[in-house]
Design a protein. Sequence first.
Length: 340
Amino acid sequence: MLSREECLAIMDLKPEASSYDIENRYTTLIKRYRGQNSEEAQKELDQITVAYQILTDRFIEREPEDPRLDVRVLGKTRRQWQNIWYYGRIPLLAAILGLSFIGYLIYSAVTNEPPDFQIVAAGPFASAEDIDEKTSAYVSQVLPEVENLSFQLVPLDLRTGDYLDDPAGAEDQNIDMQNQYAYVMKMLTLLAAEKIDLFILDALAFNEYAAQGAFLPLDDFYETLDQLPEEAVSKIIAQRRIITTDEEYQTDPMATPTPGPSEASMNENESLAIYGLEVTDLDLAEGLGLYGHRQIVAIGFRTERLEQTETLLRRWISDYELMTRQKEAYDDYLIDKYGE
């Protein structure tokens, strides 16, 4: 970089020149060289400009250019490739992320195996923390061929139908009407689109969906239970139902159906088909960590694994003593953890 003396000499200024003198002199020289396009004049003007910038502390010395940036790679210099990367890196990264996400979706769709056995619990049930693990372990023990079990809990509370005209009553019972409607829609989707094998339902949910023909008749299966211990079979209540023909009730699950026979009278009518088995007194559901006022088991009408489902259900009933012990063990655990 030029010294101050060299800069003053280029601008033809005295050593004691002030900043005011420098500004005036630069203005005069610029006017003098205006309109001169010769190479020599341009060179002198460049020298004057550099000198002026140094004297006024405006000069920024250029870094020496790296000759390696002029080397051509694939038809472009490295400097050009640097510019392309600088301005194109964000769109490129966005494209890579987008393609990666699409690839992930495709991979998931190809490798995602459908469940080979499905259980749905529908009702205002409480569940233990390890219900998924307990259920999976028990099903695997009874049906070793089941490798991908699906267990879904739908906390459906059909008491909400009584609160449609009285939302305040629902609030008093801590019932979220919006969530309950979503659960109703989920059940409709499961019944229509999924091949559910085994249902565990509370009484209201069973009455609702049995009337709509959601479950297979269990008469033949019920007759085979006489091979099981009498103590277990005596605690099972066969649930007989009538399939409704009320069109409004079939299309609107929140509608009030036309009143029909009582539950007790239907259960006593042996001309009606059995669509569910109440196993509340056997502690079957509690043994796996599912708690509710009443538990009724049923087989989904779209199951493609009827033999496996009947095998599981028969074994589950025969293991009622094991289920009772597991329930008592979990109850003791809760007492130790939270107190009575």
